[in-house]
Design a protein around this ligand. Structure first.
Ligand code: 13P
Length: 235
């Protein structure tokens, strides 16, 4: 499958960041090497989709509500992201699971809402440090997949060990291979499986050549065009 390099800007990015994204689009050019995606905060989705219109970079959301519209103050639906020109939406990121108490059942409902809106969900899973140290990483990821994946439809899975996010720590290539092979056994050959957690230009090449790694979900290093392009060009 064609690789996907996705940037998750998290709660970063003011209007000035549009220029950085334009620079990324220029560097990526026709995107021959891989699919490229940026998920900015909701406030920038519309402007970024306009800025990147005609480029090889797609735009996505970082979360959505489970229904299309209604009395849910402060929430955003997948249909709204689609309406703004989005193509993807991340669901079940560990920061949503931790900060907002999102559980697998809710993540599954969100993934299904993303599919109903005609977008591709990127469903995040991954163990905590305690779970890894207890030898439970595989069991945790299996349970998250069983509870969070939609029953049908085309989606992307992102394996992001919580302890590797924003820490500079990365699992060994063997550990990444082990979990990705496990995920592969659950999702089949057509589903892209991304690795996320401290991906940088300096480690992207070795991570992206691990079996069953079909791309990366990048946080911090997706905010600067030079870093993000460095990861893209490692393919
Ligand atoms: P970092 O790349 O900053 O570790 O973040 C990873 C992540 O959570 C992407 O969703």
């Amino acid at each position: 499958v064609r690789k996907l390099i996705a940037g998750n800007w998290k709660m970063n990015g003011l209007k000035a960041a549009l220029a950085e994204a334009a620079k990324m689009a220029e560097m990526v050019g026709d995107g021959n090497g891989a699919d490229v995606l940026i998920c900015p905060p909701f406030t920038l989705i519309g402007a970024l989709a306009e800025e990147l219109d005609g480029s090889a970079i797609r735009v996505g959301g970082q979360d959505c509500h489970v229904v299309e519209s209604g009395a849910h103050t402060g929430d955003i639906s997948a249909h709204m992201i689609a309406d703004m020109g989005g193509n993807y939406c991340i669901v079940g990121h560990s920061e949503r699971r931790a900060d907002h108490g999102e559980d697998d059942a809710l993540v599954k409902q969100k993934a299904e809402a993303v599919l109903r809106a005609g977008l591709t969900p990127i469903i995040c899973v991954g163990e905590t440090r305690e779970e890894r140290e207890a030898g439970k990483a595989g069991d945790v990821v299996s349970a998250q997949l069983a509870g969070s994946l939609p029953d049908s439809g085309q989606y992307v899975v992102a394996y992001e060990p919580v302890w590797a996010i924003g820490t500079g720590l990365v699992p060994t290539l063997e550990d990444i291979a082990e979990i990705h092979t496990l995920v592969r056994s659950k999702v089949g050959s057509k589903t892209r499986i991304l690795y996320g957690g401290s991906v940088k230009p300096s480690n992207a090449e070795e991570i992206l050549t691990v079996a069953n790694v079909d791309g990366a979900l990048v946080g911090g290093a997706s905010l600067k065009a030079d870093d993000f392009y460095g990861i893209y060009s490692a393919i």
